[in-house]
Design a protein around this ligand. Sequence first.
Ligand code: 3SL
Length: 225
Amino acid sequence: MPACAIAVDVLRATTTMATALNNGAEAVQVFSDLDKLMAESEKWPADKRIRAGERGGGKVDGFDMGNSPFDCTPEKVAGKRIFISTTNGTRALQRVQAAATVLTAALINRKSVVQFLLNKQPETIWIVGSGWEGSYSLEDTVCAGAIAQSLLAESGIPASDFAGNDEVFAAIALYLHWQDRLHELLERASHGQRLLGLGVIEDLKYCAQTDTLDVLPVQREPGVL
Ligand code: 3SL
């Protein structure tokens, strides 16, 4: 496999997408633009679609759900297509959607992503953190580090032979330092603080879990996982 791009938005888009697919959603289709989402989802049968949208951390008016993984119960999402737009996560995914293979990752499905990479052995791996409106984020960086660290450990590649950039070495160091206190790190992160301000404390705990879901969101056509 030549290259694989992995979009990461631990808080909360890629955690929510993994949860929706794990709980039986037919697909997740991403949009940066709410009008396009409305137009595209209108073509889908009403009983087979869910419109999910977040702006400023809150649910978009008139949508079926916001961007909380707790909205994605099997009762709600099984067999449905989730049409979703979020501030940063869906945009990060759209930025890499032209890559030959595109995945999304979060801490909760880190192991499934690493297993896929070990099996397919892509020549190049791009891990793209969505951050916050163009800035760095701790939660996406620590997830990139968790993926890279596990990949190195499982593949047996000595760190000296690992052709990573400075960012990935820093991400691994961040993960190694915080791996037993990921929830605390997410609470300290600026977006974690923003979410705590919105009162979604349980979301933070959920997003901080590692390797809890065996699900691999893979892009099957541009923008559709
Ligand atoms: O920015 C995003 O894509 C969202 O995940 C942000 S939020 O956690 O839903 O506020």
